[in-house]
Every structure is written in C-alpha cells, then in structure tokens.
Design a protein around this ligand. Structure first.
Ligand SMILES: [Mn+2]
Length: 355
C-alpha cells in the first residue's frame, strides 16, 4: 500500500517537473522576445532595477515551504539562463558569422577573386617613398603574375617623429604605378575623413592593426562600396577581431578580408607572435577570406617563406608581405622587407608548392 502511495507521489513529481520545464522554456521564449525589442530600441539587455522588482514580487508571493532566500537563489539562476539565451541569439546573429551565411564570401578586386580557392598575394613596400620606388616594385609584382600592389601612404607610426608617409600624394604615385601594370591598389586609411578622397586612388581600403578598434573608421569603411582589408589588432582577441569586422559589415559593406598579422606576447625572437591557429578559427567562425601578413608578424626576413608556407598549408586565402627595391634604405620596416630577387625566389618557392 505504501509503495503504491510512493509511486503515485513520484508520478505527480514527474508531472510537476514537466510543468516546470514547460514554464521555464516558456519564460525563455518571452525573454527572447523582450531581448529583440530591446535590441531594436538599443537598450541594455540586463536591467538590475527590473530584476530586483521581479525578485521582490516573487518573494512577496512565496508561501513556502522554501525560504525566500532559496527561492531568490533559484530564480536568479533562471534569470541568468534567460540572459545567456539572449546573448547566444546575438552571437548567432552576427552578420560575419558562418551561422548567418554558411558559404564562403569571395572578395572580387578588379578580377582577383580572394577566397575562391587559389591563394592571393598582396605585395609592395611598407611605405610609398617615391614614384620610382613603387613602379619598380609594381613591375616585379606584375612579372610574378600577381595583381595586388600594397603601399602605405598614410602611415600610423609608433613614434610621432617617425616618417608619417606621403599622404594623398603617395597614394597617387601608387595608383599611377599600379595602373601602368594593370594592378589593384591596397593602401591603409587612418582617418575617416580621408576615405572619400582616397576612393579614386585605391581598390582596397586597408585598416591597420593600430586602428582595428577605431570604430568611427570601421563604420566609415563599412559605408562605402570598396573592399576592406582589416588587420587584427596586436592585442586583440579573435572575438574582438570578429566584432571589428561586424562593425564594417553592419554598415552594408560585406567585402571584407581578415588579416592575421601577429599578436603581442612575451616572445622577443620575432617582432610579434604569428597566431597561426587564428586562421582556421576565423575560417570556421566567419565566412570571410583570411590572409596572413608574414612581414609584420615575424619582423624577420628569414621567416617570411616558412611562415607563408604555414599560412597556406593551414588554409589562409592569401599572404601579404613587404617588398622594397632597396630595403637597407627604406624609411620604415627596413629589417624585414624583401628586395626584388628575394621576392622572386619567395614567390617561385610558394608557387612550387601550390601547383
Ligand atoms: Mn610595414
């Protein structure tokens, strides 16, 4: 008889568990709906005043047998789960995420299709110094059958007393050298106010490591119809990097190339530490093409080729490196730029492993 009673109570308990389950999930749905409205309004998802009011309301209706403190504890856990549910939703909704768009984004730069399968190469000097300098490099790039020419006109330098670049004049030189060889121009912009004017002279807006979280610059680059090459900040986590790209895409520009360029660690043997595993992580988490800058990540000419091989082997869509006709006299990054013969053997070696 008592066993029968026990079974009966247990079966009631099972029913109550299922009712609780339904109610908790029903609460989750409501919380998600509220989260969506809050997101449209741009208000914070967590509202401590509202949470306190809900807990007080629950305590006031508590008739036991649980103590108020126990009930409060239980409900706080339920509230927390609701908040996490909203955040999950938010993560899933990132426009750069694979979850949002499973297929690869291919960025077309004057016919060069970055992210479509065969690797792309962005080559050129650290800084534009003269027309002769960039046109020498442009010819070498063309002779290697490549299409993307880089060169810094606006240079964000660590010291305000270092060479700051030739600005718009430099960009015009780069554009002329590129046009003569039928190449596309990749160049960094550091000030949102320069974008409009620069659009006539470049094919890809580069946003440098030091500006990865310059949100006004990201928004400005996202508002124009030009591919953007976004470099990872030297102390940025992968999540911060992805969110920086989200700033660009959220303004309507989805032609974004991510570029791993090394992060700051305690290691001194290289200028930065190339985070090679960031490449497959970024490829998994986002639908954007991923490149590796072997020059700035290593800061060492002897490591350019092995790191470029590693980048391609691990699935990068391209490699960026610096080439200068006479690195010894370069105004910036002289220790790590390749001269033309080194560049030629670098490319020949890489092509050898990719046919
Ligand atoms: Mn450089």
């Amino acid at each position: 008889m008592s066993n029968q009673k026990l079974d009966q109570l247990r079966s009631q308990l099972d029913d109550v568990n299922l009712q609780l389950l339904n109610l908790i999930n029903k609460r989750g749905d409501l919380v998600k709906d509220i989260g969506q409205i809050k997101e449209q309004q741009g208000t914070n998802r967590f509202d401590p005043v509202r949470e306190r009011a809900m807990l007080d309301h629950i305590s006031n209706h508590n008739q036991g047998p649980f103590e108020d403190s126990t009930v409060t504890h239980l409900f706080k856990e339920i509230f927390k789960a609701g908040l996490e549910l909203q955040e999950d939703d938010h993560r899933k909704a990132l426009l750069v995420s694979r979850k949002k768009k499973p297929e690869d984004t291919v960025v077309d730069i004057k016919g060069e299709r970055v992210g479509e399968g065969s690797p792309s190469f962005v080559m050129g000097p650290c800084a534009v110094e003269s027309y002769e300098q960039v046109s020498t490099v442009a010819r070498a790039v063309k002779e290697q059958g490549l299409t993307l020419l880089r060169g810094g006109a606006f240079k964000p330098r660590t010291s305000p007393y270092d060479f700051q670049g030739l600005g718009l004049e430099g960009l015009k030189m780069l554009k002329q050298a590129a046009d003569e060889q039928g190449l596309a121009v990749v160049s960094e912009i550091v000030n949102p106010a320069d974008i409009e004017e620069a659009l006539d002279y470049l094919d890809v807006i580069q946003i440098g490591a030091r500006n990865m979280q310059n949100f006004e610059l990201l928004k400005a680059a996202g508002s124009v119809n030009k591919p953007v090459l976004l470099k990872r900040g030297m102390s940025a986590t992968i999540s911060e990097f992805i969110n920086a790209a989200e700033y660009i895409i959220s303004r309507g520009n989805e032609n974004i190339i991510l570029c791993e360029r090394g992060i700051r660690t305690y290691e001194k043997a290289t200028r930065n530490t190339l985070d090679i595993s960031a490449v497959p992580i970024l490829k998994q988490e986002t639908h954007l093409p991923v490149m590796v800058d072997v020059t700035h990540s290593t800061g060492r000419r002897d490591l350019l080729l092995p790191t470029a091989k590693a980048a391609l082997a691990i699935g990068a869509d391209g490699v960026m490196a610096e080439v200068h006709p006479d690195p010894a006299v370069a105004l910036s990054d002289s220790a790590q730029q390749m001269d033309i013969p080194t560049f030629n053997s670098f490319m020949n070696e890489l092509k050898g492993i990719n046919v």
